[in-house]
Design a binder for this molecule. Structure first.
Ligand SMILES: [Zn+2]
Ligand SMILES: [Zn+2]
Length: 100
């Protein structure tokens, strides 16, 4: 039996450009400017275009389980399933509670 992972809404920062009926989206990491530009998307409206773009771009990003932001591979700690910012915060807290 296949278990479908629950789809999280893709909420990375995005910039839309539109020429006539052709849309293009640029999504970027919450912590840097690195991102993904989609191909040209022909859609009937902005909503439709956005859904297509999100389905394409979400695979280039990782969602932090703690803060819910979408970040690039470089800002994602796979071991902890968190962005590096949250991972560092956790480490700091741990050091603090185990401190002398
Ligand atoms: Zn990044
Ligand atoms: Zn985070």
């Amino acid at each position: 039996m296949k278990i479908k992972p629950k789809k999280q809404p893709f909420t990375a920062n995005r910039v839309m450009t539109k020429t006539d009926e052709v849309y293009r989206f640029y999504f970027h990491c919450a912590l840097c400017e690195r991102g993904h530009t989609t191909g040209m998307i022909v859609a009937k409206g902005e909503d439709e275009a956005r859904i297509i773009a999100e389905n394409e771009a979400r695979y280039f990003f990782n969602r932090c389980l703690r803060c819910g932001r979408w970040v690039c591979d470089e800002h994602y700690s796979i071991d902890e399933s968190m962005c590096v910012e949250c991972a560092n915060n956790m480490k700091k807290k741990e050091e603090f509670s185990h401190g002398k």
